[in-house]
Design a protein around this ligand. Structure first.
Ligand code: GLY
Length: 286
């Protein structure tokens, strides 16, 4: 039995050789966090959020505390969480001074009548979220990273024992971005997508991922009959042919069959399947 399962990526990009084992270590730990939630009876949303919080808080990946600063030296974070069962999502963009934008994205999805907030007003909602007790404040706001990664966005797909799919993406965006720039990660269908059949999460150059709506397109290939590994490769081939840019994608269907592909130098991947916790970990390469 392949369910429950979780697949995690730590960002596609030009990973320095000595950083790849560190990226692998943190995606494997993140997958273990999400898998533990699933085996203890948590939902796919609970697992995807917990896994993504781990990556945002670890400081070693381009999300949360570890994010690239923008050209003003400020961290502006984007994140999205998707509930495939209800085709619902919450997104947050260009939000400052918080560590875990993924929890704010979930708050937006579950507790407001809207889907997507940006900037100072997203931060106001964060303050409301903390005041309401929905989540606890972390430390003293954000901690500046001591290490600048040379990689992109993180994300995961979690599937609970009932086959409900949740997907996430979370990022600091591209290095030295202009203040206010928002990439693909919080954009439904581009940075991630999930429905009641399949989920996907993308990483790479957001301007180009949005041009081809990469995550939705890759899920569509599964809906049309491709297995997830074939769909991931087809998605990346389409992306490269149309844009000439670099990206990566993970895919998983409701039975726990998964796929991944990148045309970047590396993309750390960790998967854990079933109650027994069968592990797959690889530094996916182009
Ligand atoms: N994929 C992340 C970004 O372009 O912002």
């Amino acid at each position: 039995m392949q369910l429950p399962m979780i697949i995690v990526h730590g960002g596609a990009g030009n990973w320095k050789d000595d950083r790849i084992p560190i990226g692998m270590e943190f995606v494997e730990k993140a997958a273990a966090v999400g898998h533990a939630v699933l085996v203890s009876g948590g939902s796919s949303l609970d697992a995807a959020e917990a896994c993504t919080i781990f990556m945002e808080s670890c400081g070693e990946l381009n999300c949360g505390r570890g994010s690239y600063p923008n050209e003003d030296g400020v961290l502006e974070l984007d994140a999205m969480i998707i509930d495939g069962k209800n085709l619902d999502f919450g997104s947050v963009a260009a939000v400052k001074d918080i560590e875990n934008p993924i929890s704010l994205a979930r708050y937006i999805m579950e507790k407001t009548k809207y889907k997507f907030f940006a900037g100072i007003n997203a931060k106001r909602l964060y303050d409301e979220m903390i005041a309401s007790g929905y989540r606890e404040e972390k430390e003293l706001g954000i901690v500046r990273p001591s290490f600048t990664p040379d990689v992109d966005t993180v994300g995961c797909i979690a599937i609970d024992a009932e086959g409900n799919i949740a997907a996430t993406s979370s990022t600091g965006g591209i290095k030295n971005k202009t203040a206010g720039r928002i990439g693909d990660s919080p954009v439904m269908g581009s940075g991630a997508y999930a429905n009641d059949m399949c989920g996907a999460s993308a990483t790479g150059w957001g301007e180009h991922i949005m041009r081809v709506v990469l995550s939705r397109m890759t899920v569509l290939y599964v809906e049309e009959g491709a297995d997830p590994m074939t769909a991931a490769r087809k998605g990346m081939k389409m992306f490269e042919e149309k844009t000439g840019s670099e990206a990566g994608i993970i895919v998983a269907d409701k039975t726990g069959v998964f796929g991944y592909a990148t045309n970047a130098k590396a993309m750390p991947i960790a998967v854990i399947q079933g109650i027994s916790g069968k592990k797959t970990a690889t530094s996916c390469q182009k």
